[in-house]
Design a protein around this ligand. Structure first.
Ligand SMILES: *Cc1c(COP(=O)(O)O)cnc(C)c1O
Length: 380
């Protein structure tokens, strides 16, 4: 195999995106203005939702959703321990209690059939995560939510390009929150957006993202100065036009890039079949994944050695994710222990993410497959 290192991730920004940033830098609006507005409209059209609200990160976007829905102290929110810490952290930031439900053993997605058993009279919302880029079972989750009068906030940080049973992010839940963090399929380094079906919720989120002000900077300086009012206690979570500039053209390319990742995923699936002790995440029928991450699940007792070995062999790797309930803060604050969510623990102990991004060529994908085969000697 080639001795050149294969990075875990490379972004796919191009000169068109960079030129748009330069153009914005020559205009009046560096902060939130016309470019962000254009992006919000284009994203809503892309997803088939009424509106989208651009924010500074997915984390902050999920937090604003909880605030907009009036969720706080005394409330419980159901989510999964097989996610990035942001999902459950924002529930705590809002003052509510995160209640975990285990994930499915073969996909890592929240087990929709186990949600009902976790509902109490304090439960206010469900936060499913579209893990790896595959959508959670929104049909079942929204059915349960409707029956119990709960809100649904989708953590769609792993990209907007997914669909399942005809649903897309934001079309079934009350809100779907995207991340434009550096490694995500659609990126501006740091940023996010909330896709919503309800215009009133969008208005509330727009106020919450900017101090609860009745007018944005662009509204205030459009013509002559006009007074603004503060209607509620908001935050500072707007996305500046300098960053939105990186997103407007990229949005038109993400489906092609998803297809490139799909081809890489299929090549991995073919090349990694039949390695004893190695498992791949399952895909559901009627499901299109963003293919944001491609994990291999190896024997738990050999995972950390395998991470080291793959890096020695020149392959960049990551772990997405170790189960959230076993992290120190969660253990100490809530008394979580090993054994409580066995499927999330099993995946968290075994998972290793391989490189998957459009710039990877077949030769590199084959080199990664060879490296995994070599590393698998550790547990054979
Ligand atoms: C990246 C990520 C987030 C956080 O996104 P930010 O934009 O960095 O706040 C939340 N949830 C999941 C599942 C993620 O992968």
């Amino acid at each position: 195999m080639s001795t050149r290192r294969i990075e875990f991730h490379r972004h796919a920004l191009n000169e068109e995106d960079i030129a748009e940033v330069t153009r914005v830098l020559h205009t009046l609006f560096l902060t939130s203005g016309p470019v962000g507005k254009r992006f919000e409209n284009d994203l809503a059209d892309y997803l088939g939702v009424a509106e989208s609200v651009a924010v500074s990160s997915c984390t902050t976007g999920m937090f604003l959703c909880l605030k907009a829905m009036g969720i706080g102290p005394g409330d419980e929110v159901i989510t999964t321990p097989m996610t990035f810490i942001a999902t459950s952290n924002v529930i705590i930031h809002a003052g509510a209690k995160p209640v975990f439900v285990d994930c499915e053993p073969d996909t890592g997605l929240i087990d929709a059939s186990a949600i009902e058993g976790a509902i109490t009279d304090r439960t206010k919302a469900i936060m499913p995560v579209h893990l790896l880029g595959q959508m959670a079972d929104m049909r079942a989750i929204c059915g349960t939510a409707d029956k119990h009068g709960l809100r649904v906030i989708e953590d769609s940080a792993h990209g907007p390009e997914c669909s399942r049973d005809g649903n897309r992010p934001g079309t079934a839940g009350d809100a779907a929150v995207l991340s434009f963090y550096a490694t995500k399929p659609l990126t501006c380094g740091e940023g996010g957006a909330i896709a919503v079906r309800d215009a009133e919720l969008a208005d509330e989120l727009r106020k919450l993202r900017l101090h609860g002000m009745s007018k944005s900077a662009a509204d205030r300086y459009h013509k002559a100065y006009v007074h603004w009012d503060m209607e509620l206690l908001g935050y500072k979570a707007n996305l500046p036009d300098i960053l939105a500039a990186l997103l407007v053209h990229q949005l038109g390319r993400i489906d092609g890039q998803r297809e490139a990742r799909e081809r890489i995923a299929r090549r991995y699936e073919a090349g990694l079949a039949n390695i004893p002790g190695l498992e791949l995440a399952a895909m559901r029928a009627e499901s299109i994944s963003t293919r944001h991450l491609f994990p291999i699940w190896v024997p738990a007792e050999h995972r950390d050695q395998t991470l080291v070995r793959l890096q020695e062999l020149g392959v960049g790797v990551a772990v997405n994710y170790r189960a959230v309930h076993l992290l120190s803060f969660y253990r100490e604050r809530y008394g979580f222990e090993r054994g409580m969510f066995p499927n999330a623990e099993s995946i968290g102990d075994r998972t290793i993410s391989l490189p998957i991004y459009p710039a990877l060529d077949d030769e590199q994908v084959d080199a990664v497959i060879d490296a995994v085969r070599t590393a698998s000697e550790l547990w054979q």
